[in-house]
Design a protein around this ligand. Structure first.
Ligand code: 13P
Length: 247
């Protein structure tokens, strides 16, 4: 599969047995399954072809551990078999007070200790209403802060994936126009491209992706895949998205 499809289950499903069923139905090469922490082990055991990802990680990697109540370390995720972590999701930024500074610490540590990072960025509806170039400036500012201090060789490597998720498109059923997200993806690749090489980071689109809009999204070369929320919890729907991405 040319495209990368990431399933962000958020705080779902409600039981381990459902998680295992979902994982088995999503188990294809080129897919990353990101369950909540308690299901990581069971999902890893159920996967043969897909990769495992977590939805967050602590901003340091205390080995063997540390006094950080409620947190999960990079080493713990790696030991359980995760190779990816989603960072900077707008739900964590907006409801849990995650700042660009915290996200930057997390991105740096995760990359340094060997997890691949899916960094989420995206503008609010009010910013987007000001126009696409305002949205671009907003996203550029977020990415610049979130990737501060990270060498361009790492930024353009396969270890970092940017997920463009306009906040207003998440869970609303109103996906961005594919040509607009494609132009945002091209903009992100362009400003992150190291001056000395042609390597560009992968950029995913996220926000109300379904089997009905996936083909129109994936036909754009600039979009390297999707970060899927709601539709990744419906087995038949998610299988259709994977199939469309494989074409
Ligand atoms: P939906 O696909 O449910 O809109 O969620 C998108 C998202 O937030 C994925 O991280």
């Amino acid at each position: 599969m040319n495209k990368l499809i990431v399933a962000n289950w958020k705080m779902n499903p409600s039981s381990e047995s459902e998680a295992i069923q979902l994982a088995k139905a999503s188990d294809e090469k080129g897919v990353v399954v990101c369950p909540p922490f308690p299901f990581l082990g069971a999902v890893k055991n159920a996967l043969r072809k897909a990769d495992l990802g977590a939805q967050d990680v602590f901003w340091q990697n205390p080995i063997p551990g540390g006094a950080f109540t409620g947190e999960v370390s990079i080493s713990m995720l790696k030991k359980i078999g995760a190779s990816y972590v989603i960072l900077g999701h707008s739900e964590r930024r907006n409801y849990l007070g995650e700042t660009d500074e915290i996200i930057n610490q997390k991105v740096k540590s995760a990359l340094a200790f060997g997890l691949k990072v899916i960094l989420c960025v995206g503008e609010s509806l009010s910013t987007r209403r000001e126009g696409l170039s305002q949205a671009e400036s907003f996203v550029k500012n977020q990415i610049t802060k979130d990737l501060k201090g990270i060498p361009s060789s790492v930024i353009s490597s396969k270890s970092l994936v940017i997920a463009y998720e306009p906040i207003w498109a998440i869970g609303t059923g109103k996906a961005d126009k594919p040509e607009d997200s494609a132009s945002m993806a091209a903009y992100i690749k362009d400003f992150l491209k190291p001056k000395t090489s042609n390597l560009k980071p992968n950029v995913l689109y996220g926000g109300s992706v379904t089997s009905l809009n996936a083909a129109r999204i994936f036909e754009h070369q600039e979009i390297d895949g999707a970060l899927v929320g709601g539709a990744s919890l419906k087995t038949e729907e998610f299988k259709k998205i994977i199939k469309i991405a494989s074409k």
